[in-house]
Design a protein around this ligand. Structure first.
Ligand code: UDP
Ligand code: MG
Length: 248
């Protein structure tokens, strides 16, 4: 049986952490008991990490990584991936909007011969105009530019074979591009509808400005994918053009 590492980035999610822990352990104890939970505290100041510490004192499968300040969800996910010891890594949000009951379903799908199974919030419970619409547009754009066609890049809940994501560096808002990176490296990728619930406790940490940051990160991702190992193909082209212009 493969070991599963569940990676949870969280920032000020005091009201959600205990319910989340209970739900995950209930589902996983029943269905896939070889697992660990890595909670990454991204600079919480609401006392949430203390709740987890109490739980971790009684459960050695629960591990806590703590940042000294807020570095962002992507950095938190990257740290969780680095600490993960499992053969399968499943990131999930801490706010109970993703449903832990979907974890075994995604993991089982890997056994059909996939390296990445992406969650798809088909019935997403967020505001239509400020969240779902920009996210729909962003998904179209990301699919078009990366040529990896997924409906929901932004869904944190995905299952990865550890070997395909351990070495990928992540910056900015880039955790959502992981399935594009891994597909470029040859990972077999698919998606599955997953449940999505409205946020009952705490507040969303994001607004519309994230969409713009995501689009900017997309440019970086595209540039890195095309030119990281051959920057001369990009800069050289501009150089030759200006040389010609100068000559003329
Ligand atoms: N989060 C984080 N660091 C941040 C912002 C968010 O670790 O700087 C966590 C947050 O606690 C949650 C997940 O990332 O577990 C998704 O954030 P949120 O629910 O606010 O995003 P939304 O669902 O509204 O897109
Ligand atoms: Mg949320």
């Amino acid at each position: 049986m493969q070991k599963i590492s569940i990676v949870i980035p969280f920032l000020n999610e005091k009201e959600n952490l205990e319910t989340l822990y209970k739900k995950i352990t209930e589902v996983m104890d029943r269905e896939m008991p070889d697992y660990e939970i890595i909670c990454v505290d991204d600079g919480s100041i609401d006392g949430g990490p203390e709740i987890l510490k109490n739980l971790a004192a009684r459960d050695s499968r629960l591990k806590i990584v703590r940042f000294r300040k807020n570095f962002g969800q992507t950095a938190a996910i990257a740290a969780g991936i680095r600490f993960a010891a499992g053969e399968v890594i499943v990131p999930i949000d801490a706010d109970m909007q993703n449903d832990p009951a979907d974890i075994p379903k995604l993991v089982r799908k890997l056994d059909d011969g996939y390296d990445v199974v992406s969650g798809w919030r088909q019935d997403r419970q967020d505001a239509a105009v400020s969240r779902k619409l920009p996210s729909w547009l962003a998904n179209k754009l990301i699919s078009m530019i990366t040529k990896v066609h997924l409906h929901d890049y932004g869904c944190t809940l995905k299952a990865y074979r550890a070997e395909v994501i351990k070495d990928i560096p992540l910056y900015g808002e880039m955790h959502r591009f992981l399935p594009a990176y891994t597909a470029w490296y040859g990972a077999r990728t698919t998606e599955m509808p997953t449940a999505h619930h409205p946020r009952l406790h705490g507040k969303s940490k994001y607004g519309i400005s994230r969409t713009f940051r995501v689009v900017l990160d997309l440019l970086v991702v595209k540039f890195l994918s095309n030119y990281l190992t051959k920057p001369i193909h990009f800069f050289g082209g501009a150089g030759i053009l200006s040389l010609l212009a100068g000559f003329l």
